[in-house]
Ligand binder design. Sequence first.
Ligand code: DGP
Ligand code: NA
Ligand code: NA
Length: 210
Amino acid sequence: ESGHGEGSRGSLIVLEGLDRSGKTSQSSRLVSFLEGRGVPVETWHFPDRRTSIGGMISSYLANNAQLDDRAIHLLFSANRWEKRSLMEAKLKSGTSLIVDRYSYSGVAFSAAKGLAIEWCKAPEEGLIAPDMVVYLDILPERAAERGGYGNERYEQLEFQRKVSDNYHDLSDSTWKIIDACLPEEDIQTQLRSLALECITGCRSGKPLST
Ligand code: DGP
Ligand code: NA
Ligand code: NA
């Protein structure tokens, strides 16, 4: 029996990728699809700019505030930590979460400024481990062509090249890689089948890990 048994939990599915890789629109389409199938699911996004820490991050990204590289790194991490208990409660109650950016963004973006990878990883330790990481893979040059970047701090080709290298270093064989230059429909089709497979696996009793 899968789906509604006692103890069945939701899946933590993380989408990662460069700016303009299409994560946000793909994750909202995925959530509508899953809702239509009766799957309890929510879409989350980090940074969550609605909290007070998120407000500080938002001013930093808009270049309205200057912050030491390590200080902002810790704020991004704290923004994930402040949502940890809610995340755990949702998953335990059976709601799956599709999360647009998580710890890998934290490490890939901060390390692109020259901070050591191991230092960047440390504050992420103890957050809930994803059940699946999907990487929307796009060359930085191709991403830059997509209607141009906005005005936010990291939206520059040189910087995104470093982020891309870091993602490749961080990725392992468990990551699901989708070519972000495929037609949007094809990306969505792949994402849906990966998500359904993952959600079915978690419902059959795999415990939450940290
Ligand atoms: P988004 O809201 O997904 O567009 O993210 C805003 C920007 O912040 C984007 O360039 C990615 C970057 N970012 C997301 N999470 C982190 C993080 O944890 N640390 C750092 N340094 N940057 C991040
Ligand atoms: Na962005
Ligand atoms: Na890449």
